[in-house]
Design a protein around this ligand. Structure first.
Ligand code: ZN
Ligand code: ZN
Length: 195
């Protein structure tokens, strides 16, 4: 195996931090490490710092992953709370990295679960790709408007929670932003007119 270089350790460190923390928090931690490393002029000192913290975050990630227990039969056979499909997954409304298993979860089928994460990405990451997919689903006629309403509500709860932690801007859970990104009132008007 190739010896670990400063670059490869730094790479692993930042990857672990991004897996363990939400974006805003991860950026802060990475910046702190950048400053610490810049303040240590010798390669040995930087190497020591990197190996120590890579071990630390590896252990933390291992513990976190172990906390993710397998869902029970009862959970899997709980109908999707958004559309009623008979098999579901757990979706964490609040961030798992911060809350472990003691977190707010909802049971969603694979389709609603995907839609939930697409909605989140469309609002938070300003992803055009997610926005287009959400729009495609909104006007496919295959997802009930009430299902969309419920999923959007949870999505906004997630964002409001993350905003309360200072990770994201609170505007992103607001009516104006939802309107701007998803043209929600137009969708509600059209879906209301059809039913
Ligand atoms: Zn569903
Ligand atoms: Zn999820």
């Amino acid at each position: 195996m190739a010896p670990l270089t400063e670059e490869s350790l730094y790479e692993e460190l930042t990857t672990l931090i991004r897996q363990l923390y939400h974006k805003g928090e991860a950026d802060e931690i990475v910046e702190t490490f950048q400053a610490t490393l810049a303040a240590n002029p010798t390669a040995d000192a930087r190497y020591g710092i990197l190996t120590h913290w890579v071990d630390f975050y590896r252990l933390r990630k291992y513990r976190r992953d172990r906390q993710r227990r397998r869902p029970t039969y009862r959970e899997r056979t709980t109908p999707c709370v958004a559309c009623g499909y008979p098999v579901s997954h757990r979706h964490h409304v609040y961030d798992l990295a911060t809350h472990g298993e003691h977190t707010q979860t909802v049971q969603l089928c694979a389709n609603c679960h995907e839609l939930q994460h697409l909605l989140y990405n469309a609002l938070i990451n300003e992803s055009d790709y997610s926005q287009k997919l959400v729009n495609h689903m909104m006007y496919s006629g295959r997802v009930a408007p009430a299902t969309f309403d419920q999923l959007l509500l949870w999505c906004r709860q997630t964002i409001a929670y993350e905003a309360s932690k200072g990770w994201v801007s609170a505007d992103k859970a607001g009516d104006e932003w939802v309107e701007l990104r998803l043209h929600w009132s137009e969708f509600r008007r059209q879906s209301g007119a059809k039913s």
